[in-house]
Write a protein that binds this ligand. Sequence first.
Ligand code: NAI
Length: 383
Amino acid sequence: MIVKPKIRDFICTTAHPEGCRQNVLYQIEYTRKIGKADGYKNVLVVGSSTGYGLASRIAMTFGYGAATLGVMFEKPPTDRRTATAGWYNNRAFEAEAEKAGVFAKTINGDAFSKEVKEEAIEIIKNNMGKIDLVVYSLAAPRRTVDEDHVYSSVLKTIGAEFKSKNLNLRTNEINEAVIPTGNNDEIVATVKVMGGEDWQDWIEELKQADLLADGCKSVAYSYIGPELTYPVYFNGTIGMAKRHLAETAEKLTEMGVDSYISVNKALVTQASAAIPVVPLYTAILYKVMKEKGLHEDCIMQMNRLFRERMTVENVVTDDEGKIRVDDWEMRDDVQQEVMKRWDAISNETVQELADVEGFWHDFHNMFGFNIDGVDYDADVDIL
Ligand code: NAI
């Protein structure tokens, strides 16, 4: 099949197998260049096939030679449809791990379910020994607890509707986004999906099965960002879920598993492209950080996290106990420049003040497109 991108708003419904493989190879190469080190040995990554979770897993496998179990929720290919990008990413990752002689197994199923947790426990018991790091990097639209309890997360404000400048992803023009307020049920549902309840379930199940090593650590990812995105993020429905995630970290630590929130940089991923207002902020941020030589992608962020902020021996946090790898994004000079451009940006200046091209480049890349050296006119086996 000749595979071309089919983009609808913030989602691409096709993925290129060879492009996805190249993405994974780039991340492996980047990690290998930093060099091998002593570190975590047995790692569980929940949400392991794209974005920050995939980068965490690659950092573990090729930086530390760690055995990993990944959990993802991805669609395999059929005769007529490509797989999702995460499925191709994972296949490429597993092939490279095997070549390197490092254990890597993946469960493709619903991480929220009891069955997947039980399967994970079996695999860990039979193949890995005790886990010394649990990475929780799930970004999910919904969670099924049982037939009668299906929760969907929403990206809404709390209290008052929010009007803001926005990048229209269909036209690349600046328009106004109006973000409605979430009601109480929607807040509760978003916390159910993106809060810490399921993270806690994973840790409790592993603990009960006696599969957590002494000194085992855990980390989940969060975002804070600038005040201009507070109504839609930090103080919105997703922000409530992230607060719950942070409270869960404290709870898990009290239970004896040192657990942390790592606040990461805003990056184009499947999860973040779906949030209104955030793509425009990200496009401006990319331009400013690239100009200052501070831009990082997922694999750079995750290597910095595990090499400098969250090693086996030492965890570096801010006053609130959070790990900050959004530190360069939040630097005063970066934020001041972003705010200046945010105020000035219009249809006439958008290309000059924001890295719209960079945004779309990363967006296409996530699905294996626009990658140097890949022939997109060639027939490719999608199976
Ligand atoms: P992503 O969309 O790239 O990755 C989500 C992962 O979760 C994928 O591996 C997917 O297969 C898996 N997944 C989704 N539903 C699942 C289910 N039911 N069962 C098993 N696996 C499932 O997302 P991204 O952006 O890497 O997000 C990961 C975490 O990082 C999230 O907590 C997000 O809030 C956080 N974060 C993201 C930032 C960004 O700018 N992208 C910034 C800071 C934090």
